[in-house]
Design a protein around this ligand. Structure first.
Ligand SMILES: NC(=O)C1=CN([C@@H]2O[C@H](COP(=O)(O)OP(=O)(O)OC[C@H]3O[C@@H](n4cnc5c(N)ncnc54)[C@H](OP(=O)(O)O)[C@@H]3O)[C@@H](O)[C@H]2O)C=CC1
Ligand SMILES: N[C@@H](CC=O)C(=O)O
Length: 382
């Protein structure tokens, strides 16, 4: 099987390494015919090119593996690859979540595979395991730590008492962060992964821009101090539930009890959980970001294709987004008097615990209060 890789950065470079140093006879069946790079000085040999048309017009290349990132030109390249009859493997959750309808429809019409294991949970076989559970029963809910960069920042801040900016810089150096790390720290990256997980678990498509999303940008050591005092830690979670008449999706920091399974998932690791009738809760843990773990997931998709196990693309239905459940929130804001009506407990002059309410209601109040640097976190019951 001859393939092309688009982008030779952290993930693309990892895929090149794994395939070039193939350890198994099956992997040795995959040959990289072309690697698309950005600039002419990156053309190291005849395998590298800056011209996507060379890949598109090469009938020997049957699979395009997209590792450029971002919306364009990644979206156009993936679309053109499918239109010209090539299977696609992608690590790009942002592009896929935004253009899911168009690209899955196209792949289905063309009877091609559009595989995306590497786009959610890094090296964890998350998409594959969801599909395995679905052979027996529906997945009714999922939740977890979906972002390696933010989890790395949170665990370093907690364990080493380092400041946010220092931890973010290390995550960037280690190759975990997106080109623009705003998506990592503001919840955007988790939002795309939650939309792709919902698509896989529930067969429903959600518009990422409509998903409630809070990140960790304004987190401070003061918030960790409260968490520690109460036997908790802070994790950025993505949560999805199948509901009657739709689905509820949320991205927010949560104060988890230290004794919970996800509380022990540190550094760049992700911890992803499904709920289904007979299996109950299942947890999948592994490196959620980084070159070789993510490359491993993309190569698994390529190996499925090499084995002739490529899957027909799903036919997702539009999902109606419903409000999430009522819960208690920890809130730190410069304008705490504005929240007097929903305060259950005042922690300090800036921090409080709310009465049980939905994230939508709290988000609306925060918008009205005008505080754009507030930090909120759900307070988990267990
Ligand atoms: N890093 C990680 O741990 C993970 C990343 N992902 C996803 O994988 C994708 C790639 O991420 P990552 O490898 O980290 O990003 P990088 O920035 O390291 O790699 C992207 C590469 O694509 C190249 N590139 C950009 N535009 C073009 C273009 N038009 N033509 C050819 N090459 C181009 C870049 O070149 P240049 O730098 O010269 O612009 C760079 O080498 C993203 O969608 C990301 O979300 C998914 C899971 C984990
Ligand atoms: N920036 C992402 C990379 C993997 O998806 C993350 O940190 O999780």
């Amino acid at each position: 099987m001859q393939i092309a890789i688009l982008g030779r950065g952290v993930v693309g470079g990892g895929i090149v390494k794994l395939i070039d140093e193939a350890q198994t006879p099956l992997l040795q069946q995959i040959k990289i015919k072309k690697v698309l790079v950005h600039r002419s000085e990156q053309v190291l040999d005849s395998r590298h090119t800056t011209d996507f048309a060379e890949i598109l017009n090469d009938p020997e290349i049957s699979v395009v593996c997209e590792c450029i990132g971002g919306l364009e030109p990644a979206h156009t390249y993936v679309k053109q690859a499918l239109e010209s009859g090539k299977h696609v493997v992608t690590a790009n959750k942002k592009m896929l979540a935004v253009f899911a309808k168009e690209l899955f429809d196209l792949a289905r019409q063309k009877q091609l595979t559009l595989a995306y294991e590497a786009s959610v949970g890094g090296g964890i076989p998350w998409i594959d395991n969801i599909k395995r559970i679905q052979r027996l029963e529906p997945v009714t809910a999922f939740q977890g730590i979906f972002n390696g960069t933010s989890n790395y920042i949170l665990s370093q801040m907690e364990e080493k008492d380092l400041d946010f900016a220092t931890c973010l810089k290390s995550a960037q150096k280690l190759g975990y962060a997106e080109k623009d790390p705003s998506d990592d720290i503001d919840g955007g990256d988790v939002c795309y992964k939650v939309c792709l997980s919902a698509l896989t678990c529930f067969g429903q498509l959600a518009d990422p821009s409509q998903v409630e999303q809070w990140g960790i940008r304004f987190l401070s050591q003061e918030d960790f101090a409260w968490a520690k005092e109460h036997g908790r830690t802070i994790k950025l979670l993505g949560i999805g539930r199948r509901e009657a008449g739709g689905l509820s999706l949320q991205v927010l920091p949560v104060m988890l009890k230290k004794s919970s399974l996800l509380a022990s998932v540190g550094l760049n690791f992700n911890g992803l959980q499904t709920e289904s009738a007979s299996l109950g809760q299942a947890t999948f843990v592994g490196q959620g970001a980084g070159s070789l773990p993510t490359a491993h997931a993309a190569v698994q998709d390529l190996l499925d294709l090499a084995e002739g196990r490529g899957e027909a693309a799903a036919d997702p239905q539009p999902g109606r987004l419903l409000a999430g459940p009522e819960q208690t929130f920890y809130l730190r804001t410069e304008n705490s008097s504005f929240f007097a009506g929903v305060t259950a407990e005042q922690i300090s002059d800036r921090a409080l615990l709310t009465k049980k309410m939905t994230l939508s209601d709290l988000s609306r109040l925060l918008e009205q209060s005008g505080d754009q640097r507030a930090f909120l976190a759900g307070v988990a019951d267990e």
